[in-house]
Every structure is written in structure tokens, then in C-alpha cells.
Design a protein around this ligand. Sequence first.
Ligand SMILES: NC(=O)c1ccc[n+]([C@@H]2O[C@H](COP(=O)([O-])OP(=O)(O)OC[C@H]3O[C@@H](n4cnc5c(N)ncnc54)[C@H](O)[C@@H]3O)[C@@H](O)[C@H]2O)c1
Length: 435
Amino acid sequence: MKICVVGSGYVGLVSGTCFADLGNDVICVDIDQNRVDMLNSGKVPIFEPGLDHLFLKNKDEGRLRFSSDIAEGIRHGEAIFIGVGTPEGEDHRADLSAVRAVAKSIGEHINGYKVVVNKSTVPVGTGDMVRQIVQENMKEQHEFDVVSNPEFLREGSAVYDFKNPDRVIVGTDSERAKEVMERLYKSVTRTTQPLMFTDIKSAEIIKYASNSMLATRISFMNMLACLCEKEGADITQVSKGMGLDRRIGPKFLHAGIGYGGSCFPKDVQALTMTLEDKGCDAALMRAVTGVNKAQRDRVTPTVREALGGLQDKKVAVWGIAFKPKTDDIREAPAIDIIRAIEADGGKVNAYDPEAQTNAKRHLPNVDFFETPYDALAGVDALIICTEWDDFRNLDIHRMKSLMNQPVLYDGRNIYSKKEMKEAGFTYFSIGRGGQ
Ligand SMILES: NC(=O)c1ccc[n+]([C@@H]2O[C@H](COP(=O)([O-])OP(=O)(O)OC[C@H]3O[C@@H](n4cnc5c(N)ncnc54)[C@H](O)[C@@H]3O)[C@@H](O)[C@H]2O)c1
């Protein structure tokens, strides 16, 4: 099938590449000419395991092309996927300006029947808006359908997730569009990984509801982490004990310095605003955001107190990415923590296995190092912000010997508290009271 994917970021590029790998003829469009040039020259602008290989294979075999000419993409695609960003706007609502712009272009360049598939995360009712904008901007009259097909891939395992989804949600009110979507997805869905058809609005809500539920689990555990610290209990044991209950399950029950990234923070905020706009109570969502912010806000004061102030102190930060296996630093707790240290007069040495190129653009005063050990030379404290596997089995005695003061804030609970204390660290972690 001929497909156009508008927006060639984490979602658009991965979806476009995977659709091409299933034999489709794909044009990915992006407004960012640099990104398009890079992609056309064979370079993948993001780090995503497995993507490079698939990208080059499908590009070389002629099934995957890139363009900044949206008209070309729209004329090409029988299905046009909208995968542009929907960031948090100043009023905390989802900023839909890019979605609107794409819908307008679709209206202007439509040249036959199209299925307009919204893959971006958008508030309930956006499908109607897209339909109206396409209709209003049509120069030639053609039939089209609007479909909601929210994306659930996770950065760090995006290719795997796209090819092995727990489910594919398709919201549509058209039999014709349903057939197109069935054809597109039949090779990635199975009995256990169903293609679920819903109405458009339910599909839109499913995406926000899923992300907000996961964020709620994280904030719930962080709330309990406080109680564990006060009472000398261990949140990792509490989480394990809860997760063994099959009604609850073990995932997204980890206490830490909170969630970040380009999705959870903005999606919880957007759902909050939608609920309130529609006259529903959003207190639970507001609490989820509040707990999450408090988790990252308490890191710097703890380190400041341990060091007797941060003026002229040097602090190492390991992990800038908002989670392991990605180079994405959007809304990463590390960014706020580094800025707070710098605001208090401290200097930061940083290390991240994949996110350093992105981080350098946002953190001009930070010194970046090539290994985690290098970043520790002469520092007064170490803060671990991302649970990269690279950090789990390092030589803790060597770590200590490199540091000026052995103060360690383990924001992801990756080390044994007992072991770190025995090694002589002043060790802080999340929700692990007692010994
Ligand atoms: N990143 C994730 O893990 C993830 C997962 C599921 C859903 N989503 C949702 O998918 C959407 C895209 O997210 P992303 O992380 O891929 O964003 P991204 O910022 O990585 O990519 C968006 C791309 O769209 C391009 N763009 C913006 N306006 C455009 C326009 N008018 N025409 C053409 N291109 C345009 C940008 O240049 C950029 O390359 C968002 O709604 C997001 O919430 C993201």
C-alpha cells in the first residue's frame, strides 16, 4: 500500500520504517529540512535500538523515502498518517498547531480517496476537528475518512513494540477505512495482540488513559516511598509484594525520581485540562503531576544539605536521558536537577551513554565525559538519574576513590543500600528506610 507518514520523529520514523519493512511504499514527510537531508543521506537522527538496520535496508530497497514536500506525500499516500508532535502548550493543553497545519495541507492537496490516520496523541474530539479542517480546505472534492490510531510504542524498544504491539487500537466510523487499516496491520496483529476497533473518541481517550494510568502507578509508588522512608520499610519489597498480585502486576511500580519524557508529563497535563474543560474532576491527575514534581525537586536540597551548600561544589550526574535505551532528554528529571545545582553555584560533570549530544545543546555549562568513571574525578557527590544497565556493575571502590566526597544519591535504586554503606558512601535512595 502507498503510505505517507507526516512527521519523522520517534513515532513517524519508526512507523514509516516498519510499514516499509512490511512491503509498503512509504514516503515520510517532515517540515525540518535538516532532518530530511540527514535521512536522505542515510543517517538516522535518533537513537533507537534496531532502527538503523531496518531504515537502511528499506531505504536501499526503495520502499522508504523522505521529503519536505507535504504535497508530494499527500498525493502519494492512500493512507496518510499524522505523526507530528503535540507538545504541552502554555495553557497545559495539547498544542495542536502542527496537527491543524497537516490537516490543512491534506485538504489543499487531496487527489483521491484518503484515509487520514491520526497517530499523534490528541485530545478527544480532535478527529472531528481534523475532518472539518480537511473539508474546509479542499480545492477538489474527494472522499476521505478520519481514523484515530494512537501509538503505544516505547522509546528504547520502539521497533520491537511497533512489530509486537500488545494491541492496535483503531477508532473509525467507516467500513472502507476499517478495511484499509485491517490490510495495513494484519501482519502485526495476532489473536493475543488484537486489532481492536472502536469509535474515534474512545480511541483518542484510550491513549491518554493508558499513559495517565502508568504515570499514576509511578506517582502512587513515590507517595508510598515517603512512608517507607519514615517507617524504615523498603519500597522495593513493597512493590514486589504488590506486583505479585496478578490483578496488579509488577510493571510501573518502581519508586524513583519520577517520570519524564515527551509523553507522560504532557499527557497527564492534557488529560487534566480536558477533564476540567468538560466539567469533570481532575484532582487525581493533578496529584499525579504534583507527586512527580516533588520527587525531582527534593534531590538537590538533599545533596546540598549533605555537602553543607553547593557553592563551588562539583557534582557528577550519571544519566541525562529520561529513561534508559534512548537519547531523548525531553522533560528528563536530570535537566531540572542539573539546573538546580547550577543555580546554587555548583558545577556539574555529566555522563550518559547515548544522550550526550542532545544534552550538550541544552546544558552549556556542564562538562561531559566519555566514561562514568571519568565524570567522577574530584566530585563532591554523584547523582544517578537514569537506570542505564552500564551503571549497575561498576567497581564501587574505584568510584569512591575517584570522588572528593563519597556522597551518592541513587535516584533509581540501582545499588544495594547495605553494600554502598559498607563501602563508605553517604548513600541516599528512594523509599528505602532502615538498614
Ligand atoms: N515519543 C514517543 O515515545 C511517543 C509514543 C507514543 C505516541 N507519541 C505521540 O506521537 C506524536 C509524535 O511524537 P514524537 O515523539 O515522534 O515527536 P518528535 O518531536 O520526535 O517528532 C515530531 C516530528 O514532526 C515534525 N513536524 C512538526 N510539525 C510538522 C508539520 N507541520 N509537517 C511535517 N512535520 C512536522 C517535527 O519536525 C518532528 O520531526 C506526539 O503526539 C506524541 O505524543 C510519542
